[in-house]
Design a protein around this ligand. Structure first.
Ligand SMILES: Cc1cc2nc3c(=O)[nH]c(=O)nc-3n(C[C@H](O)[C@H](O)[C@H](O)COP(=O)(O)O)c2cc1C
Length: 150
């Protein structure tokens, strides 16, 4: 599969999560395109079999403006879209934790729940990233056949 991983980041946590996901997918034999939302020209999403979009959460659970602009620039909702996000429970507890990622997964009608990471994925949350990524890969592999519940 040819998979585009795109991410928005200010302080690097979401980029770290994107890099881990890319490593795991490449290990599994997938080709990965890597894109920084707001920092690089918007790629042609239709060239990919799947889109994995990562976002931090901003002011009281908001989706960052550059992510909204990316969505508008792409102009359609790719069928195979999966969402991950980083956040911080200190900004409003469980209700607002990674709220942007939750909203994006709903918007894209993703077939999997958003992966939520507290700050950096390094040093304790790699296993959660790997498990989620494995489910994404399974989901893509299973696409032509019966879908496995997650
Ligand atoms: C002003 C501000 C508001 C934030 N609001 C939230 C929030 O509502 N929910 C949340 O989970 N994290 C919130 N965060 C935390 C960031 O989403 C978190 O630090 C994230 O990992 C940053 O990602 P980045 O390093 O990729 O930029 C907020 C951070 C800042 C600075």
């Amino acid at each position: 599969m040819n998979i585009l991983i795109t991410y928005a980041t200010y302080s690097g946590n979401t980029k770290e999560a994107a890099e881990l996901i890319a490593d795991f997918l490449e290990e599994a034999g997938h080709a990965v395109g890597f894109h920084w939302i707001g920092g690089e020209p918007v790629p042609d999403v239709s060239e990919y079999d799947a889109l994995i979009l990562g976002s931090f959460t901003w002011a009281e659970g908001s989706v960052p403006e550059e992510v909204k602009n990316f969505i508008l620039d792409v102009g359609y909702k790719p069928e195979n879209t999966f969402i991950f996000g980083t956040g911080d429970t200190q900004f409003g507890g469980d209700a607002l934790f990674c709220r942007a990622a939750v909203k994006l997964a709903r918007f894209y009608e993703s077939s999997m729940p958003a992966l939520k990471i507290e700050q950096s994925p390094r040093g304790g949350q790699e296993a959660a990233v790997r498990e989620w990524t494995d489910h994404v890969a399974e989901r893509l592999g299973a696409k032509a056949y019966d879908r496995v519940p997650y």
